[in-house]
Design a protein around this ligand. Structure first.
Ligand SMILES: *Cc1c(COP(=O)(O)O)cnc(C)c1O
Length: 373
């Protein structure tokens, strides 16, 4: 936790709330840029779309990966230029494509013939890039099943694009979120490089490779440093592209904001469900529906603290009347034995994928309060 967040929390804001240190976001941006200067940074807005973050990044020179028209409009309102925005969702409403095109957004992702036809109809002349499905080995929050196509289909679609009045610009992939190793990037680069060659040989050279997001945040276990990713990525790029490197883009979401925020929560109830239970159940005022959606399957395991003292095992659950609103039952969490109702519990490194996942009014609970300092 940064000193700024610690002093803000000392004023005891009402919980649950996210407190996010914008200086940390600025530092994350600078570090990502320094680690991979070859790549343009397109911040994945969905990780945290707060206007304060978008303004800071727009001023710092970041570009943006937007998934919807409201995200595009949030970037524009924050001072981003339309040329700096990529419409990166492969699933877009025709009306959203048309509105983005009218705003001047130049770049559109797709992974199906049907989406390509939609883009052709509603954003004539746009630059398009095709998302390839790649191995998500090492990712704690995989994305491989829902998105991307094969090299073979991508080739046919890219070759069809000029005939539809579109500009075939490049290829993309996403190695899965909270990617804990470099192997998936190396495999993906090797795979897409073959298609770059194929397209060139077919008379359709494309110039851009979008390497997506995936760069991890340190939760409870160490993760490789940015430099380990950039070294592996650039080595793979040189091995497979030689001196003919395409323009590179990265779309960090989690790595830009994850470590910048802390959720302050309150223990609402601490009890043993059965007298013989060794573990106490700790019910917080935030749960799966209050923003901790990535605790689904216990995939993302946040660091959680609640003051000092000897600790014992706990199950962590949310405050709602839904049976799946249990964050951690299998992962062994420990909290102080003295923890009682009303005490503050801190959930660390929650700057990404928390506020944007908070539900609206489920059980009457308001969406998570947010402070950007
Ligand atoms: C979610 C997403 C990202 C960001 O992923 P992180 O793992 O948070 O870096 C980047 N690109 C696309 C297309 C995404 O959907």
């Amino acid at each position: 936790m940064t000193p700024k967040i610690a002093s803000f929390l000392a004023s005891h804001p009402a919980t649950p709330c996210l407190v996010l240190d914008l200086d940390q976001v600025a530092e994350n941006f600078a570090r990502l840029r320094a680690a991979l200067p070859e790549a343009a940074i397109y911040y994945a807005v969905k990780a945290n779309p707060a206007p304060q973050i978008l303004r800071l990044l727009a001023q710092a020179g970041s570009c943006f990966d937007a998934a919807s028209l409201p995200e595009i409009e949030a970037c524009l309102a924050a001072g981003a230029k339309a040329e700096a925005i990529s419409f990166g969702n492969t699933v877009k409403k025709p009306s959203a494509i048309a509105a983005a095109h009218a705003h001047g957004v130049p770049l559109y992702a797709f992974d199906s013939a049907e989406e390509l036809e939609k883009i052709a109809a509603h954003a004539p002349g746009a630059k398009i890039y095709c998302r390839i499905a790649v191995n998500n080995v090492g990712a704690e929050w995989p994305l491989s099943k829902k998105f991307g196509t094969t090299l073979e289909k991508a080739k046919a679609l890219m070759l069809a694009a000029p005939g539809l009045g579109l500009v075939p610009h490049g290829l993309s992939f996403h190695v899965g979120s909270q990617q804990t190793g470099t192997l998936a990037y190396e495999l993906a680069i090797a795979e897409v490089a073959m298609l770059f060659t194929d397209l060139k040989n077919a008379g359709l050279p494309v110039q851009m490779l979008n390497l997506g997001g995936g760069f991890p945040t340190r939760y409870q276990e160490d993760v490789p440093e940015h430099d380990a990713f950039s070294t592996a990525i650039m080595a793979a790029m040189r091995q497979h592209f030689g001196n003919d490197l395409p323009d590179m883009l990265i779309e960090p979401g989690r790595a830009m904001v994850g470590n910048a925020g802390v959720v302050a929560a309150e223990a609402v109830l601490v009890c043993r469900r059965m007298p013989e239970d060794e573990r106490r159940w700790v019910y917080l005022d935030i749960g799966r529906f209050g923003g901790l959606a990535e605790t689904e399957g216990e995939a993302i395991r946040y660091r959680i603290t609640a003051g000092e003292g000897a600790t014992g095992p706990v199950v962590l659950a949310g405050p709602s009347c839904d049976g799946v609103d249990v964050m951690y039952e299998k992962t062994p969490y420990q909290l102080p034995l003295g923890l009682k109702s009303g005490d503050t519990v801190l959930i660390h490194d929650t700057g990404a994928y928390v506020t944007s996942y908070a539900s609206q009014n489920f059980n009457g609970f308001a969406p998570l309060a947010e402070y950007y300092i």
